[in-house]
Design a binder for this molecule. Structure first.
Ligand code: NDP
Length: 297
């Protein structure tokens, strides 16, 4: 009989996390008589970024947060963008600042990210927060973990209670997904391998994984032959491809879902896996930011 992997339902786990955060938002409002507030900065009119930003804003409002949208023209100067970030850093009402990436090529993204006050850096991309995530231990209470790997981690925790000693293979080494994912799993005492575009014999590596996290950006790249029977597979990829049946676009992950589901023990779907968790973790980070700012007064 063909194995059919359990579906790790990111949509459901995310809605539970949002509900938990909504309760904490209510408590925060009662205790401090203010509303946790997320400032979202979007430069330009990239359609995918517009969708991400409006979804994040909508969900934040749904759980009782305030959202300030700052939409800037694609031609905005680096200096002006820095001014906006500084203004938000100094605004007592704003608890979390999210600058939607990618930024236009005339702007140095690192400069902008590192201009955000680390205590408001709810994406967890500031060099100080990256460093704290890397050191781990007690510093994890003082940092913000990037939302996508945090979402993947929470889904794994939901499925595997003890990850100690498991071999996790991460495909992709980006600063926003692959590297922080590796740190989170190291913190759980997994044995972690990261593979990337220059890795030789990538399938041999992924076949050793008890956990495989694919964060590549290549539609359906990970095939069933790449996966050890019984492995847990997290698909971070969001790729838009033509759907020949409808003539429209459809979203697929980096994992060939149908094939891999025949060998894996559990797998996240696309859509409905990592995507909703990323947003739920952003809201969690924003509430944490508000609480930390109140405590530091
Ligand atoms: P990046 O482009 O920054 O990184 C991709 C990584 O994949 C790089 O490390 C690259 O290697 C590696 N890679 C590329 N081609 C291959 C290959 N043929 N074999 C092995 N490794 C390869 O992407 P991100 O990390 O930002 O995103 C990855 C995917 O996740 C994308 O599809 C993105 O849309 C999606 N994503 C989804 C989110 C969500 O909320 N669900 C959030 C963020 C991203 P090298 O470093 O050598 O170039």
């Amino acid at each position: 009989m063909t194995n059919v992997a359990k579906v790790i339902n990111g949509k459901l786990i995310a809605s539970e996390l949002r509900a938990e955060t909504a309760v904490k938002v209510e408590n925060f409002k009662k205790e401090f008589s203010k509303v946790p507030t997320l400032a979202v900065v979007l430069v330009g009119e990239d359609p995918a970024s517009q969708v991400y930003v409006s979804t994040k804003s909508k969900m934040a409002k749904e759980i009782g947060m305030d959202v300030e949208d700052h939409y800037l023209d694609v031609t905005v100067s680096e200096e002006k963008l820095l001014e906006v970030v500084n203004m938000l850093n100094n605004d007592q009402k704003v608890n979390g600042i999210l600058v939607q990436l990618p930024l236009p090529s005339h702007i140095d993204s690192r400069l902008i990210i590192d201009a955000i006050d680390p205590i408001k850096d709810v994406d967890g991309f500031h060099a100080i927060n990256v460093g704290r995530n890397s050191i781990g231990g007690d510093l994890l209470d003082k940092t913000f973990t990037p939302c996508t790997p945090l979402g993947c981690y929470l889904m794994l925790k939901n499925h595997i209670s003890d990850m100690k000693g498991l071999h996790a293979v991460i495909i992709g080494r980006s600063n926003i997904v692959g590297k922080p994912m590796a740190q989170l799993l190291l913190e759980e005492s997994c044995t972690v391998s990261i593979v990337h575009s220059k890795t030789k014999n990538i399938e041999e590596m992924t076949r050793q994984g008890d956990i495989v996290v694919a964060a590549v950006g290549r539609p359906l790249m990970v095939k069933k032959e790449w996966i050890k029977p019984g492995a847990v597979v997290i698909d971070v990829g969001i790729n838009r491809v033509d759907n020949p049946n409808t003539g429209k676009n459809k979203l697929v992950g980096d994992v060939d879902y149908d094939g891999v589901a025949e060998v894996a023990s559990a797998i996240t779907p696309v859509p409905g896996g990592v995507g909703p968790m990323t947003i739920a973790c952003l809201l969690k980070n924003t509430l944490d930011a508000a609480l930390r700012q109140e405590k530091s007064k």
